[in-house]
Design a protein around this ligand. Structure first.
Ligand SMILES: Nc1ncnc2c1ncn2[C@@H]1O[C@H](COP(=O)(O)OP(=O)(O)O)[C@@H](O)[C@H]1O
Ligand SMILES: [Mg+2]
Length: 322
């Protein structure tokens, strides 16, 4: 006979085992429709506090990118039920092309920033806890280790070491931090970006000296990512790291630089806006000493192009004529 939880949630199949729970796909026997849900059952009842955190976070954080809780029970066996997110775990994705990595990363920074604004620090951000839905929406799971910055002013108990060793911020290691800040998540975001680009976990030891991102990708453009995002996000001292919103702004700029490198806008190249059409050359123009004192000052050869699909018009710098 099929297992039913809380007289309502009927198990369809097992989705596997997380760190704290067994995860099943279930259906709601109280409604006629066949929407799939996920039920997470707590393995060890002494960890009930994790469930309570996860439920409180879901109630507080109403965001498309944060998995909601639709039902729960704190009696043994404790369980919580969420909508089923059809998609891929980030952990199964890497490496992805640089521009796609930057898009996913920006979306992730946005969601994390939203949680931080609501005084919630996730503390266990890692590729296993992030899904990319089939419609490309990024969804963060597993707030069981989160920290409510407005409720817990000081952590007096020694926390079990939270998070995975590759993704956890140094100040949270071995539960040493007595205060937790949002910057712990920023550190994990940096590690996640590295994973997206390389498909590898970046060990702490590798941070001393140069990391191998540029070499892995044989792509000097990724030096931007290294210098502007990874190094600041992975700073040892939390106060030196940018916040999630700052990280997102930098990510947008870096994405622009990468876009200009990969889609340089010469006739025939893919449209950088719609991505479907291709640029056709409309005109040619040489301009002298434009934009004095900027990185593109001096004589420039510019070309005017128009997308044959969406009609987007762009001026592109072809090369400096110095
Ligand atoms: N709402 C969901 N939709 C789809 N898959 C999910 C969902 N929630 C969890 N999972 C899958 O189950 C795994 C474990 O869930 P998670 O919440 O991280 O549990 P744990 O606390 O045990 O780590 C996830 O990595 C994911 O693959
Ligand atoms: Mg998990």
């Amino acid at each position: 006979m099929a297992t039913v939880f809380g007289n309502r949630w009927q198990v369809i199949d097992s989705l596997g085992e997380g760190g704290q729970g067994w995860v099943y796909r279930v259906r709601d026997t109280q409604t006629a429709n066949d929407d799939a849900f996920v039920l997470k059952r707590l393995k060890n009842h002494s960890r009930l506090a994790r469930f309570e955190r996860e439920i409180s976070a879901a109630i507080r954080l109403q965001h498309e990118g944060i998995c909601q809780v639709v039902d729960f029970s704190l009696d043994s066996p404790a369980f919580l039920v969420m909508p089923f997110v059809s998609g891929k775990r980030l952990a199964e994705m890497g490496p992805v092309p640089p521009l796609e990595a930057m898009q996913l990363f920006s979306a992730l920074c946005d969601i994390v920033h939203y949680a931080h604004q609501a005084s919630v620090v996730h503390r266990d951000l890692k590729p296993d806890n992030i899904l990319v839905r089939d419609d490309s929406q990024v969804v963060i799971l597993d707030f069981g280790l989160c920290y409510f910055a407005d409720e817990e002013e000081r952590l007096t108990e020694t926390m079990e070491q939270v998070g995975s060793r590759f993704y956890i911020a140094p100040e949270l290691e071995s539960g040493r931090a007595t205060t937790v800040t949002a910057k712990a998540d920023v550190y994990s975001l940096g590690k996640i970006l590295y994973f997206l680009l390389s498909g590898k976990h970046l060990a702490r030891e590798k941070l001393v000296g140069e990391n191998d991102l540029v070499r892995i990708n044989s792509d000097p453009q990724l030096e931007y990512v290294n210098r502007r995002i990874l190094e600041p996000a992975l700073a040892e001292a939390p106060q030196k790291r940018p916040d999630a919103a700052g990280l997102r702004r930098t990510a947008e700029n870096v994405a622009r630089l990468i876009r200009e490198h990969y889609y340089p806008g010469i006739a025939g190249s893919q449209c950088r806006f719609c991505g479907d059409g291709h640029y056709q050359q409309l005109g040619h123009h040489v301009s002298l000493n434009v934009w004095e004192n900027t990185h593109i000052s001096g004589a420039q050869e510019l070309v005017l192009v128009k997308c044959d699909s969406c009609g987007n018009v762009q001026w592109f710098t072809v090369k400096a004529l110095k």
